[in-house]
Design a binder for this molecule. Structure first.
Ligand SMILES: Cc1cc2nc3c(=O)[nH]c(=O)nc-3n(C[C@H](O)[C@H](O)[C@H](O)COP(=O)(O)OP(=O)(O)OC[C@H]3O[C@@H](n4cnc5c(N)ncnc54)[C@H](O)[C@@H]3O)c2cc1C
Length: 282
């Protein structure tokens, strides 16, 4: 049952409330994921939960520019994110990714921080945030620190939602990147089965640095970068071979699912994401 509800007014208050109510305390943001899990948990174990609501904390709201970074508050809803001009200008793939999450009603309530912390590899913001080199500012009783999103994913979000609060998501915005994004699901409005995003940047003398991020159901998002000659990705046949070889070499073992179907889909999505990105390469 719901054993308690605390509405925090600031981050320190939230951290203290979380600490004093462990092991029952959980951060509540939009609640679209947590409420479902709470019901499932109650049916199974009948354990109590104390919600620490962070939605009203002013510091965790809003989107702004600070130096070379876009700062996204974790309490920003997906709907707000999708309609923000700075996101449209510097990180439009976040808009595409958010648009896939549930329904309009859900996006009106669901938050960016909540999406990152659902501890689900198919959470839609993970792939584009990883591709854009996002950093995560977190707070716990030891203070504040910044982590690379890749590091947070590798640590599987240990402590997040219980003792650790995301206080900001920082997305580099010094330049508009050349990107391509593709997501595939098995059913309409379903979770991502597989998502691929590529970021293309100029590398040493005439070459291109191609960063590829893949994630989805059962596949924690991960990235790798290949330095290639432009012809390797611009020529249709070479691009196909490039994508197929990548999937075989890098994703085959990591995919947790070695069916021909999954591998086939993986190279096709990378191929299509590259095709989208290449439109921006002069
Ligand atoms: C019908 C339905 C369809 C859905 N479809 C999708 C989909 O297609 N793609 C997708 O990605 N998700 C989907 N979801 C999952 C979920 O709605 C979203 O991921 C949403 O963004 C979660 O945000 P929230 O604010 O509601 O999180 P909450 O439910 O409030 O919290 C989720 C988790 O994050 C923790 N948390 C929240 N904020 C913070 C913070 N600042 N710091 C640390 N921990 C925090 C909470 O403690 C909790 O563990 C779906 C859910 C439903 C019910």
């Amino acid at each position: 049952m719901i054993a308690g509800y605390i509405k925090a007014e600031n981050v320190s208050q939230a951290l203290e409330a979380l600490d004093s109510s462990q092991p029952m305390a959980r951060i509540l943001a939009g609640g679209t994921d947590l409420m479902q899990k709470t019901r499932a948990t109650r049916q199974k174990k009948n354990n109590d939960i104390v919600f620490v609501d962070i939605k009203a904390i002013e510091e965790l709201k809003g989107i702004r520019r600070e130096g070379d970074d876009l700062i996204i508050g974790p309490a920003v809803t997906l709907d707000e994110l999708m309609h923000h001009e700075m996101i449209a200008a510097y990180a439009p793939d976040l808009i595409k990714a958010s648009g896939y999450v549930g329904s309009m009603e859900l996006r009106n309530r669901a938050t960016v921080g909540g999406n990152i912390c659902t501890k689900n590899p198919a959470a839609d913001l993970l792939v584009p945030l990883l591709a854009l080199n996002a950093r995560i500012e977190v707070a716990d009783l030891n203070g504040r620190r910044e982590m690379e999103l890749a590091e947070v994913i590798d640590g599987r979000f240990k402590g997040f939602g219980r003792r650790t609060i995301i206080t900001a998501i920082k997305v580099p915005a010094a330049e508009t990147l050349i990107t391509g994004y593709r997501r595939w699901t098995q059913k309409s409005m379903g979770r991502s089965y597989l998502t691929a995003m590529v970021v293309i940047q100029p590398a040493e003398t005439g070459k291109l640095a191609v960063k590829i991020v893949m994630g989805g159901a059962g596949l924690w998002p991960g990235s790798f970068t290949e330095i290639v000659s432009p012809d390797t990705v611009k020529n249709i046949e070479k691009r196909k071979t490039f994508c197929q070889t990548l999937v075989q070499d890098k994703l085959g073992a990591a995919a947790n699912d070695d069916t021909a179907y999954r591998k086939q889909l993986a190279w096709v999505l990378i191929y299509e994401a590259l095709e989208i990105a290449l439109k921006g390469v002069k």
